[in-house]
Design a protein. Structure first.
Length: 317
């Protein structure tokens, strides 16, 4: 669309206000038990199918959590991260930040099982959201988006090297506050990271062959044993010794200046996020699980499509 220059700013302001109102209305349309009458076995199918995969490969749990985050931060929680690229379009899935996403086979298996029982009723977006909510109630009713563009993933997903100002701006642009940032960062208590995501902190932080002064020197020694210069493929646990357990030890690690990513360390550079890190590190996890559920539900409402918007895809990719 071509907009005359004198009208462009005003038009964009109107669009932003309209989208905020529309997104708020769509989020309100989500509700718990959305499929209770139409597909009463839906949630059980999701739970049982997902459990069968994770029992064989526990590392899929953090992978699916990450997928939900990467879906919601681009075009909202609409399942667009699942769409395959075509000869005429490179989709989100193939953007650099998403090339290490895993767990698509779990989504496909759940969708196939749901389609067999309740054809053309359940969205792929709702499947992603529900897979990540085994311990809290997840409002449902999302519909699937039709658009998936690689460049939008690159523009919207906060990279591992963001500082606290950039992180806060990224989260706020999605309707999430600074506490949500601190809480959702706690998801790094499970899972792994590739050396390429933090190796600059070990070998070339400012371009002078130096290390990141915010990272514990003793931890740097340990990390260098696992990640040699230029190593892009080796992996390191985000929360050493507890990477398969969803607990609060992540915050103790960050407090000790052993947060693996620059984005983890950045939490100590803001009064609000630092206070949350210290609270969880000192209290052994005061209210963290409750806080995490609240922030996950909030994130799961970003930019959702409901009602007659979007579609219900039979095949998620």
């Amino acid at each position: 669309m071509i907009i005359p220059k004198l009208l462009s700013v005003f038009f964009l302001q109107l669009v932003c206000v309209h989208l905020l109102v529309l997104n708020g209305a769509n989020a309100q349309a989500l509700k718990e038990g959305f499929y209770k009458s139409k597909c009463p076995s839906f949630e059980a199918i999701v739970k049982n199918t997902t459990a069968s995969f994770i029992s064989q490969a526990p590392s899929l749990a953090p992978a699916l959590l990450r997928m939900h985050f990467h879906d919601c931060f681009v075009r909202g929680c609409d399942g667009s991260v699942l769409i395959n690229s075509t000869s005429s379009n490179q989709a989100e899935k193939d953007a650099i930040p998403n090339q290490t996403l895993r767990g698509f086979q779990v989504i496909d298996a759940v969708k196939s099982a749901v389609e067999e029982k309740c054809p053309a009723l359940v969205s792929c977006a709702d499947i992603i959201a529900l897979i990540n909510g085994p311990s809290w109630s997840v409002p449902l009713g999302r519909r699937d988006g039709r658009v998936s563009i690689s460049s939008e993933a690159l523009a919207n997903l906060p990279p591992p090297f963001f500082n606290i100002t950039q992180l806060k701006a990224s989260f706020r642009s999605k309707g999430l506050n600074d506490i949500d940032l601190a809480v959702l960062s706690g998801g790094h208590t499970i899972g792994i990271s590739h050396c390429s995501s933090f190796s600059n902190r070990l070998y070339n932080f400012t371009g002078r062959g130096d290390t990141d002064p915010s990272l514990d020197p003793n931890y740097i020694v340990q990390l260098k044993k696992k990640c040699s210069p230029g190593d892009a493929n080796s992996i390191v646990e985000m929360d050493p010794g507890s990477a398969k357990i969803f607990d609060t030890s992540y915050y103790s690690i960050v407090k000790k200046r052993r947060g693996l990513l620059e984005a983890d360390a950045a939490l100590l550079n803001d009064n609000v996020t630092r206070a949350y890190v210290q609270l969880q590190a000192n209290s052994g996890g005061s209210n963290f699980f409750k806080d995490f559920a609240v922030s996950m539900v909030k994130m799961g409402k970003i930019g959702v499509l409901t009602g007659n918007s979007g579609e219900i895809r039979k095949i998620c990719n």
